[in-house]
Design a protein around this ligand. Structure first.
Ligand SMILES: C[S@@+](CC[C@H](N)C(=O)[O-])C[C@H]1O[C@@H](n2cnc3c(N)ncnc32)[C@H](O)[C@@H]1O
Length: 474
């Protein structure tokens, strides 16, 4: 982020506008929505600005700018038609640590003025950091249509209710839940529809019942975050994530997905690498129970789907044993997501009657009995997806061929699937290892074996690396 968004309190603070043409007028109109003390300095002043000065809404100095005009200024907006003057004023401001904006000159500006959606006291600011004012405007238009006009009044009403909530409700968790129910439920709907009395009645009842209710029961939701692309998160996963008090997440869950959670939710990385033993899992189970017993809404966020090689079942058993309420939000499992993004239809009916998801990872010391049924995995007209198989590629290929799979059977490794770093290595069982050598594939990675893999050659559609190269050379 090049620009950090903040909202200035300008009550009674001096704001200087250098320049007094139409551009300056537009900025003054914006500033007039605050209680700033506005001063305009320019040798020539647009009539509309003079009228405002006469009405006592701002001060006008009809002369050239002088450095002493900056004395006491909190913000400065520079909008003269003379670039050299604008830059000089900006430099003086910088030297004195005064925030300055030069209209249409981001390079000389210390801050930029965003497009705003004003539902005072609700204010939404939109910025593209100067990259595209048109895009910012379009976004603002959409938000204007999306945010009800009455939101400002609703916010003011909620502020009035805060004192009563602080007085009657224990702790910040209870207060947050009270306001969430208020905003998501019939009280806010009635308020926005104009029925203020009805809204107040509901709010008072809710306040009384919340105050007298027993402390909230904690609960745990196992949520599948999908294989990487944040847009593969389900709507339900997004909602649960935004409601969570605490999120226990895997190492594989990306920062972009975690950013979708409530800002003040506690985030705990409980990531395990392949091979971590049962102690780590036991600790995770205990953490889940611990947070839920504190009355929190806990989200256990896992890559892909929680029930596919995700130990979701073990965690639910622990929760059930401890009497904790739980639910599950499924996610797009890596096999489905990666195959889709690699253009490999897992059960194309001309090439496969079925698909098997199997783990390529075998816990050391577990012996031969933990090996999969290689004979069935080697059958024709069948697709096999190996999770966690990259480290055992040589072994997997050898076992499949030893159990009757032809060496020419198509096979692919998909690394970091569905993300901008996705790499697909398409080969055959015989050539796959050689094709992967030297590619520096990063985990996580999947191995897909079966005739359907050959369809990748014609159906691949997602190639972020090539797209990036094309964009660079364009
Ligand atoms: C512990 S398993 C978890 C699987 C997860 N629960 C699911 O449903 O996708 C982790 C393995 O999933 C596979 N995987 C997960 N995300 C992937 C991705 N974006 N690209 C390729 N493979 C992925 C890799 O084989 C990785 O070693």
């Amino acid at each position: 982020m090049r620009y950090f968004p903040v909202f200035f309190n300008l009550d009674a603070k001096k704001v200087l506008v250098v320049g007094a043409g139409q551009v300056a007028l537009r900025k003054v109109c914006l500033l007039e929505r605050t209680a700033a003390a506005i001063t305009v300095v320019a040798p020539q002043v647009a009539p509309e600005l003079m009228q405002r000065a006469t009405a006592g809404r701002l001060q006008v100095a009809m002369r050239e700018f002088a450095p002493s005009d900056l004395d006491g200024a909190r913000l400065v907006i520079v909008a003269t038609p003379r670039r050299a003057v604008n830059r000089w004023v900006a430099k003086l401001c910088e030297a004195r640590g005064i925030a300055v904006n030069v209209v249409d000159d981001a390079g000389a500006s210390g801050f930029i003025v965003p497009a705003i959606i004003d539902r005072d006291p609700v204010l939404v600011a939109v910025s593209t950091a100067g990259a595209s004012p048109v895009l910012a405007r379009r976004l603002r238009e959409r938000l204007e249509a999306f945010i009800p006009r009455g939101f400002g009044e609703l916010a003011s009403w909620l502020r009035e209710l805060r004192a009563a909530a602080i007085d009657k409700l224990r702790g910040s968790d209870q207060r947050r839940r009270f306001f969430e129910t208020l905003i998501d439920g019939p009280a806010a709907r009635r308020f926005l529809a104009g029925d203020r009395r009805g809204a107040l009645r509901i709010a008072q009842t809710l306040l009384a019942t919340t105050a007298s209710s027993a402390p909230a029961h904690g609960e745990v939701t196992l949520v599948g975050a999908g294989p990487g692309d944040p847009e593969l998160l389900t709507l339900k996963a997004l909602r649960v994530l935004q409601d969570a008090d605490v999120i226990l997440h895997d190492r594989l869950v990306s920062a972009e997905i975690l950013d979708l959670a409530r800002r003040d939710a506690e985030r705990v990385c409980v990531g395990k690498s392949a091979g971590a033993g049962s102690t780590a899992q036991q600790e995770i189970n205990e953490l889940l129970v611990h947070h839920a017993k504190l009355g929190r809404r806990v989200v256990r966020l896992k890559g892909g789907d929680p029930f596919v090689f995700g130990r979701g079942g073990e965690e639910l058993q622990a929760l059930a044993g401890a009497g904790i309420d739980f639910s599950v939000v499924p996610g797009v499992t890596a096999a489905a997501g990666c195959a889709a993004y690699a253009g490999i239809p897992l059960t194309h009916r001309d090439h496969a009657h079925g698909v098997t998801f199997v783990t390529g990872h075998v816990v050391a010391g577990d012996g031969e009995n933990r090996e999969p049924d290689w004979r069935s995995l080697s059958l024709p007209q069948h697709t096999v997806v190996f999770y966690m198989g990259l480290g055992r590629l040589e072994h997997i290929v050898a076992r499949l061929i030893a159990h009757g799979a032809p060496a020419a059977r198509p096979a692919a490794v998909i690394a970091q699937g569905t993300t901008a770093q996705q790499r697909v290595v398409r080969a055959t069982l015989a050539t796959l290892q050689g094709a992967c050598a030297g590619m520096q594939l990063q985990s996580p990675a999947l191995l897909v074996v079966g005739d359907v893999v050959a369809l990748h050659d014609a159906l691949a559609w997602f190639n972020p690396a090539a797209d990036e190269r094309a964009a660079r050379s364009a």
